[in-house]
Design a protein around this ligand. Sequence first.
Ligand SMILES: NC(=O)c1ccc[n+]([C@@H]2O[C@H](COP(=O)([O-])OP(=O)(O)OC[C@H]3O[C@@H](n4cnc5c(N)ncnc54)[C@H](OP(=O)(O)O)[C@@H]3O)[C@@H](O)[C@H]2O)c1
Length: 281
Amino acid sequence: MKNYTLNNGVKIPVLGFGTWKAQDGEEAYQSVLAALKAGYRHIDTAAIYKNEESVGRAIKDSGIPREELFVTTKLWNSKHTYEEAMEAFDSSMERLGLDYLDLYLIHWPNPKPLREDGAWQKRNAEVWRAMEDLYQAGKIRAIGVSNFLPHHLEALLETARVTPAVNQIRLAPGVYQTEAVDFCRAHDILLEAWGPFGQGELFQNPAVQAMADKYGKTIAQIALAWSLQEGFLPLPKSVTPSRIASNLDCFDIELSPADLEILKNISGLEGGAPNPDGMDF
Ligand SMILES: NC(=O)c1ccc[n+]([C@@H]2O[C@H](COP(=O)([O-])OP(=O)(O)OC[C@H]3O[C@@H](n4cnc5c(N)ncnc54)[C@H](OP(=O)(O)O)[C@@H]3O)[C@@H](O)[C@H]2O)c1
């Protein structure tokens, strides 16, 4: 699999395997094992997914050398002080069974209690300092954020010593966050696309089906090709072995500029991009 190069020079496989809602235990373990067997080399998890232990076990049992893998996890909202972030990192590493991490992300910019207290900027600066310290100590190869809009990034950049390498946001055909995309591109922050299948909604969309028929590919493969041609890093999730394997068959698709635009603008998806400033957590 090809790589993107992050703004600190670290290489990252252009597509990652999503694990949200993969149940801890057999489901998460078997799906990550199937993904690694199928050729994925980049796994995306998070402390809040509560499956880091199963993900770590699958990584170990795959027998793939650690340096050939790229592993991401995320800091959850309840850990937004310097000390809590340090402890949360250690706990994630213990559950994953790893001695270094490839990418650590702040999961959300503004947990509800901090938003209500007007404290999210200060706390993000504090948590970012913890992540910078871990990065500079060599425990993490790259650090980034998730679900950050431009005003969250601007606030973070006021005190950051290290520019985030990644912003992981919801992006898919029909779900396009123009301002965040433009801001990240201008600051050399790689965009990772969570929910690349519209969290499953794309599979019922007639316009995407028509595109799949036109190219002789599946809806999933078309959605991933779109993401890659936009320069995003898609994170497809599946716990179904046949889908895990077939989703990877997306690298030979060349969507025309007109079709890229059609996909960008498709309508009919109910679950658009969440507004982090209005979430109930
Ligand atoms: N940073 C964040 O806040 C955030 C938020 C959400 C997600 N994420 C990350 O992004 C990853 C992907 O997002 P997501 O899991 O929400 O949604 P998604 O990848 O867009 O969609 C997953 C759904 O698509 C189904 N699917 C997968 N391949 C398919 C195929 N070929 N044909 C038909 N159905 C197929 C899966 O079913 P089966 O599993 O049953 O096969 C599952 O129901 C997550 O797993 C997580 O790692 C991050």
